[in-house]
Design a protein around this ligand. Structure first.
Ligand SMILES: [Mg+2]
Ligand SMILES: [Zn+2]
Length: 170
């Protein structure tokens, strides 16, 4: 199974400063995200979301708020025939030193344990933060940076201007 590992905030839906997340009740999809996810699935990838949510343990949102937003995303994508295979999230505060906060690879390890048939060599990571690129480099998989990724001396890293550019590369 080849997997497209997607960052969530700033990649699929709009991101906000931490304190603004406290009052966000509904996800806002980023232009091009839904079509890109469709294209990715049509090319045979399964979609797994890997998202840092330190705003949970740092007290900006409750776990319930997290699940509420996440469920809305999954439901909206389903309406567009997009099945997300799984979502892995890191709830830990930055000072907890967990192994799952990107760029650490704990969430991808969790995914591999749960789905041993993942073929990492055929998989990729896409996100809008340096941590997403660094995770791709760590896992030695293809990495797409939306607005990030310049300056990495790694042939596996491609910088995109926006999410819609992804389809040219997969
Ligand atoms: Mg992001
Ligand atoms: Zn964590």
């Amino acid at each position: 199974m080849k997997v497209a590992f997607f960052d969530r905030d700033g990649t699929i839906i709009e991101d906000y400063p931490d304190h603004e997340w406290t009052s966000i009740m509904h996800p806002v999809f980023i232009d091009g995200a839904i079509n890109t996810l469709k294209e990715v699935i049509s090319k045979g990838y399964k979609v797994i979301i890997v998202t840092n949510q330190y705003i949970i343990n740092e007290g900006y949102i409750t776990l319930e708020q997290y699940h509420n937003i996440s469920d809305q995303i999954i439901r909206e994508l389903k309406i567009h025939d997009i099945d997300v295979l799984d979502v892995f999230y890191c709830p830990h505060a930055k000072n907890e030193g967990c192994q799952c906060m990107k760029p650490r690879n704990g969430m991808i390890q969790q995914a591999i344990e749960k789905y041993p048939n993942i073929k990492l060599k055929e998989s990729f990571m896409i996100g809008d933060s340096a941590v997403d690129i660094e995770l791709a480099i760590r896992m030695k998989i293809k990495g797409f940076g939306i607005g990030v990724g310049a300056g990495y001396e790694d042939d596996n890293i491609v910088q995109l201007k926006n999410i819609s550019e992804l389809v040219q590369y997969i």
